[in-house]
Design a binder for this molecule. Structure first.
Ligand code: AMP
Length: 112
């Protein structure tokens, strides 16, 4: 999608530090890490937010949740937090669906 920064990262038009890539999914390190390890996992196809997950595109989202444990295994961690911010009030700043994977420190619950 035009003017979507994560589409441009997925297309290689904007550089990123990749953690994992296949034909449907890209994982790359967040520019402003909130934990010792902070990776963003995105579907390569443009899905704006979690509200746009449908039976037609949900296989890619399921695939993301297969990829995340593989990334954790490859990077050598077992404990992590997965976050999706859906919408402005939840803190979604980039309107391309992404899952934050954070690891390497303690996390509080409930979140702020
Ligand atoms: P959210 O606020 O949930 O939409 O998360 C967007 C995340 O994208 C933030 O944690 C940003 O630091 C991160 N981010 C924005 N632009 C880039 C970029 N070019 N490369 C890596 N991470 C980015």
């Amino acid at each position: 999608m035009d003017n979507c920064i994560f589409c441009k990262i997925a297309a290689g038009e904007i550089p990123s530090r990749k953690a994992y890539e296949d034909d449907r999914v890209l994982a790359f390190y967040d520019l402003e890490p909130q934990a010792p390890t902070h990776i963003l996992v995105i579907p390569k196809q443009h899905i704006a937010w979690a509200n746009d997950i449908t039976p037609e595109n949900s296989a890619d989202i399921a695939h993301i949740f297969e990829v995340i444990p593989q990334i954790a295994k490859d990077l050598g961690f077992t404990d992590y937090r997965i976050i999706n911010n859906c919408g402005d009030q939840a803190g979604q700043s980039v309107k391309h669906l992404h899952f934050h994977v954070l690891s390497g420190r303690d996390f509080t619950w409930p979140p702020g």
